[in-house]
Design a protein around this ligand. Sequence first.
Ligand code: SF4
Length: 453
Amino acid sequence: MPIAGSEIVKMLPGRKPCKDCGFPTCFAFAMKLASGGATVDKCPYLSDEVKADLLDLLAPPIRLVTIGSGDNAVKIGNEEVIYRHEKTFVHSPAITLLISDKEDDARVDEKIRKIKELQFPWVGVELKADLLALRFESGDKDKFLSLVKKVHDATDVGVVLISEDPDALFAARDIYADRSPLLYPITEENLDQAIPRIKENITPIGLRAKSIEELIPLTTRLKEEGIEDLVLDPGSKSVLEAMRDQTFIRRASLKQGFRPLGYPTIGFPCLLDKDRLHEMMVGSAFINKWAAIIVFSDFDRHTLLPLLVQRLNIYTDPRFPMAVEEKFYEVGQPDESSPVLVTSNWALTYFLVSSAVEATKVPAYICVKEAEGLGVLTAWAAGKFTGDAVGTFIKKCGIEDRVKHRKIVIPGKVSRIKGELEDALNLEWEVVIGPRETTGIATFLPSFAKQLK
Ligand code: SF4
């Protein structure tokens, strides 16, 4: 639960405003702190104790945890709402592929290839799985460590290291020390032994208990030890239990502000159902019910894509339409006589237009004008897709250097911008009115392309 500025100000020094924090009064600074627009260290007169209390009060109700490093770092947690429509979800769950050290080399190679290659361009974004989970099951520590080394050398993707044997777990951590792996499981039984070894090289920790209640002393103890990047597994033994536990943890952290459960969670559909299709359905439920890491025994493009699309739909910000970048896009391998079409940057519009063009097999350029993610007609009505604005974009986007003709196709629904656009383009381009609907592109584009040859 966020703390109000009026509460924060009571903890500030209350000096005559010295303005050393950059704000005119302590109250102004407190308000900024509450809204996340300033950091505690800006006031130099806070005692260490007050500073620590403030940091604790201002921390997000679900801690932000980062697994992996560089471009492949995966951030989870930092959530503020239970339901997406209340504001937005922040970090989408990490879809994770399990590799056991009992699997043979060919299978391991295939899974490494999957995590690298199963990527899907989708309305302007690249959908893909996020993490690998490497599991010690064989009983042969050397075998596990050679799997860890192999994966470390083969891919930069972040990992969850899974071993019931703490020696094997920390030896694997040492191989992955440069990439912030998640170590799992730390339990009540191995906690005392694990703490000094965790402190040698702090990295995110996956805590497993037999119930939510038993997680609480574990998180409290680790926090006292200064180990706070935690991921929770309440040890759910069935799908029903898992959904109940995920819901309880989410509500306790966000509605009650209960700090000991204010961490992201991990779910294991791979352990809850052996049937591959059922496993995917359980994974789908975990996406809906807030698990931050979801571990699958395997997937292929047909089972992965629906999960990724479901995740995308839930974890996009409902306050902003999905948009694609303003630029010209190539469909196929267009050349200097290929058609040029223009549209707005609502992701769905771009997706429909590019799919329709692709289906004709006519290589073409699609110039996508930034319009705050609105569809063409709405963007025109809002003054974002006027002839002047489109003309300015066409002149600066670089398409003039790519084609020798000067014909540009506008959506039929905004035929009224034709004259204004031609003026904006100094009458150097002929503006052609295209179909009103994308379905019309199938017949329009092939014959139009012939005229340009
Ligand atoms: S630096 Fe601290 S004491 Fe000075 S005005 Fe800012 S908050 Fe108040």
